[in-house]
Design a protein around this ligand. Structure first.
Ligand SMILES: Cc1cc2nc3c(=O)[nH]c(=O)nc-3n(C[C@H](O)[C@H](O)[C@H](O)COP(=O)(O)OP(=O)(O)OC[C@H]3O[C@@H](n4cnc5c(N)ncnc54)[C@H](O)[C@@H]3O)c2cc1C
Length: 465
């Protein structure tokens, strides 16, 4: 075997939420740690460009907002949302370590918006909103101040294993283009994100994904999954990849994401017809939207929902999918009456008016005969009539912001092969699968990265042998 070019205790692939957390923990446990990042800057990861809603149970912020939550309730919500296809061991690990991670972030100086919100999958509001650029900068500072190094423009290109199958290091491509072999004395942690920008793999899952916009971090080309698969690693939940229904049809970033159907709006297609229960996960709504004309839908709501979203913006002090800021207000189509709204949306007015009237009848009767909507979102809130003019619509498409399925891991974030840990190999964040199951409890994409990244870093740093 060629000599090593460098060595370190813990080698981490990818400087997003999971990788930086792994570095902080590994360094805090006394290990030397290097994070290799493919991109040039810290703010190119999905973590950095995310909306910033993170799901934690039992926080002081929930208590201040009068919300009673529990680990058991959150675990149940995640499993029910995932249609019990989730790995219960990972779900338990999430809730066991969520509050500790929230407190760690508070100690590092992360500031949360004063309100908490309910979205897909939640029985109670547990979405905690923060500024993600600030978060990744803070994590990077915390990692480096503990002695970890973050090296940019240096992708990890492969894993190196010894004859016994133990991962002993990785190859990286240095800025100069030179390939280097880095020994990892304690372990390699894969935190290189998902595969929303791996068209070949996506096409194998669903050919129509070719026409779905990918908005994940640009490094999400499935590298972690490919490297782990090359060593025979197990995978989970890859078949459940779905877009998320929330992005403005002309949009491309978190700024253009709006989810007011969870606040009382409905969703109609280009014919002015409802096609889905609006309270289910926005991933499942996106799945249904793939079958609609132009693979798009309209969020339709009245001025009561509009006013609530404008007030939520003021209360949160930060834009989010549940709030209306000036940018999103500009993107709305408006009508003084439903007929005028329909004309402006270019959908048949008679059909839209009939759809809304029928929906309002369902709300009055307490039973949605068409799609069974009983709540606003998850297990939360009661549907409301849409009858206060003016009316609004937001042209919405599904986008691939995250892939959710990936490398199989256990509760210590050890990568599994035929159900057994591969010695020396760990993974965390979006590169892993199993936690979400068949659908998505909101706020657990970032949550999973931040919580499981810590576990992976500590597991690698404290590995015996
Ligand atoms: C627009 C948008 C909005 C979102 N909003 C939310 C939200 O509000 N709440 C929520 O819970 N989730 C949200 N998500 C999902 C969530 O942000 C991600 O699932 C999560 O942040 C992933 O964290 P990560 O550390 O696994 O990946 P990342 O943060 O993307 O980090 C992975 C890093 O690895 C790098 N990399 C890739 N390949 C290599 C390689 N070979 N070598 C070295 N480095 C490599 C990448 O460049 C990247 O920087 C959103 C995602 C997007 C795109």
């Amino acid at each position: 075997m060629d000599p090593w070019d460098d060595e370190v205790d813990v080698l981490i692939a990818g400087a997003g939420g999971a990788g930086l957390q792994a570095a902080i923990e590994a360094a805090s446990a006394g290990a030397s740690a290097i994070v290799f990042e493919k991109q040039m800057r810290i703010w190119e990861s999905s973590t950095a460009i995310a909306v910033g809603r993170v799901s934690f149970p039992c926080t002081d912020l929930q208590a201040r907002n009068g919300v009673a939550d529990s680990n058991e309730l959150m675990a149940r919500d995640i499993l029910e949302t995932g249609r019990h296809k989730n790995d219960p061991v990972q779900v338990q690990a999430y809730v066991d370590h969520a509050l500790g991670t929230y407190r760690q972030l508070c100690q590092l100086g992360i500031v949360w918006s004063p309100t908490v919100s309910a979205m897909a999958g939640m029985s109670v509001p547990r979405g905690h909103l923060t500024d993600m650029i600030d978060l990744v900068r803070t994590l990077r500072r915390a990692a480096e101040s503990r002695g970890a190094q973050v090296v940019f423009q240096t992708p990890v290109t492969g894993l190196l294993a010894d004859d016994a199958g133990t991962v002993v290091g990785a190859t990286v491509r240095e800025r100069s283009g030179r390939a280097s072999r880095i020994r990892a004395r304690k372990g390699v942690v894969l935190t290189a994100g998902g595969f929303a920008r791996d068209p070949e793999r996506l096409r194998r899952i669903e050919p129509r994904f070719d026409r779905v916009l990918a908005t994940s971090g640009i490094g999400h080309t499935g590298d972690a999954l490919r490297m782990a698969e090359a060593l025979g690693a197990d995978t989970r939940d890859i078949e459940y990849v779905q877009p998320s229904f929330e992005l403005h049809a002309s949009g491309g970033t978190s700024d253009d994401i709006l989810i007011l159907y969870y606040q009382g709006g409905i969703i109609v297609n280009a014919r002015g017809e409802r096609f889905v229960n609006e309270s289910i996960s926005y991933k499942d709504i996106a799945r249904a939207c793939l079958d609609q004309p132009g693979m798009m839908g309209w969020q339709v709501f009245d001025s009561a929902v509009y006013d609530k979203a404008v007030a939520a913006q003021a209360a949160a002090g930060q834009s989010s999918p549940m709030t209306l800021d000036a940018n999103k207000i500009r993107l709305l189509v408006k009508g003084r009456a439903l007929e005028e709204l329909a004309v402006n949306m270019e959908v048949p007015a008679e059909d839209l008016c009939r759809t809304v009237a029928r929906y309002n009848d369902f709300v009055d009767a307490g039973r949605d005969q068409d799609f069974g909507r009983q709540v606003l979102a998850g297990n939360f809130g009661k549907p409301v009539r849409l009858d206060r003019a003016p009316f609004y619509a937001y042209a919405t498409i599904g986008h691939l912001l995250a892939t959710y399925g990936g490398i199989a891991v256990d509760a210590q974030m050890r990568v599994l092969r035929k159900g057994q840990p591969i010695p020396g190999l760990y993974a965390a964040g979006e590169s892993t699968g199993g936690f979400h199951g068949a659908s998505y409890h909101s706020g657990t994409g970032i949550g999973k990265a931040l919580i499981f990244g810590r576990i992976a870093g500590r597991s690698a740093a404290t590995r015996i042998s």
